[in-house]
Design a protein around this ligand. Structure first.
Ligand SMILES: C[S@@+](CC[C@H](N)C(=O)[O-])C[C@H]1O[C@@H](n2cnc3c(N)ncnc32)[C@H](O)[C@@H]1O
Length: 279
């Protein structure tokens, strides 16, 4: 198993309690955007690779009551927190957790009836070995879905110069750590290279515009994205890529967006689906 300190030093987010809670809030906030299109009907097992603190697994447990949900993550800290998040489903045998790397899954070939990944490939240098190992452990015909960022798709109106500067620093650091902040757009080709068939991709970018009139909904939406961007602030400040005044400006610009009824904020995300060939 990789050394936890090395993993952490090359991860734009972190493994703090605050960040772990952010992942749980994030899965719930983004559920309408990113779980609605998943079809695991009739699947008795759903594997999630890079399950983190089991934020998505909790949603899967609720949405797919007939399936057993199996999570894998390479970080001990995340798996430890996942054990707390999933205490009841683990006790009931509705969920399982494994500490392992995504390209060395501790399962036999053709073990699972479906699989999914959320927000993991953007952080890894070599996505193909992980996709190939997921392909290996799926049964013939099993569906697979992955939801990933396309950071170049970030759009703001009016343009927020401070937020754009901050975001460029954020994506540049993620790329320096070996990740690809635009990997969403590469996923269909990567699935095809790994052997998946019937590969399709859908734009699932959460978007705020004048159709969102409820002030509370607008506030929650913008709070979520402000928190997401600032989840990289510690890593960026530690490397002198941003300073306190830029972070203050980002917060000020988000407050302006909330008050502007004509504002648009769209964060690029792509959901790619395919299946292992077979019946
Ligand atoms: C941004 S978090 C997403 C967690 C979860 N999928 C969610 O949406 O809440 C990324 C997770 O991927 C895990 N991860 C990164 N590379 C991995 C790899 N090669 N194998 C297994 N897990 C990995 C990290 O430890 C982290 O928990």
């Amino acid at each position: 198993m990789e050394n936890e300190t090395n993993i952490e030093s090359e991860y734009i987010h972190s493994f703090t309690l605050e960040e772990q809670q952010r992942l749980i809030d994030q899965a719930l906030f983004l559920e309408p955007y990113h779980h609605a299109g998943l079809d695991f009907n009739g699947c008795r097992t759903i594997l999630e690779v890079g399950c983190g603190v089991a934020a998505q697994m909790s949603v899967l447990v609720r949405r797919w009551p007939r399936a057993k949900i199996i999570g894998v993550d390479r970080s001990e800290a995340q798996i430890a927190r996942a054990r707390q998040t999933l205490a009841t489903p683990l006790k009931e045998g509705r969920a399982e957790l494994h500490l392992a790397a995504g390209d060395r899954l501790p399962f036999d070939d053709a073990s699972f009836e479906s699989a999914c990944v959320f927000w993991v490939f953007e952080h890894v240098t070599e996505p193909l070995p992980i996709l190939r190992d997921i392909w290996r452990v799926l049964k013939p015909g099993a569906p697979f879905a992955t939801t990933e960022v396309f950071d170049k798709g970030l759009y703001m109106y009016p343009r927020l110069p401070g937020t754009m500067t901050y975001f460029q620093a954020f994506t540049a650091l993620q790329a320096e750590f070996g990740g690809d902040p635009d990997i969403g757009v590469r996923m269909p080709g990567l699935l095809a290279q790994a052997g998946f068939v019937d590969v399709t991709t859908t734009d699932v970018s959460p978007t705020l515009d004048a159709r969102m009139v409820d002030p509370q909904a607008r506030r929650s939406f913008l709070n979520y994205f402000q928190t997401l961007l600032l989840s990289g602030a510690d890593a960026l400040r530690a490397r002198n890529r941003v300073d306190g005044s830029l972070i203050a400006l980002v917060k000020q610009e988000f407050a302006q967006l909330w008050a502007d009824p004509g504002a648009v904020f769209s964060y690029g995300a792509k959901q790619t689906r395919g299946r292992k060939p077979g019946p």
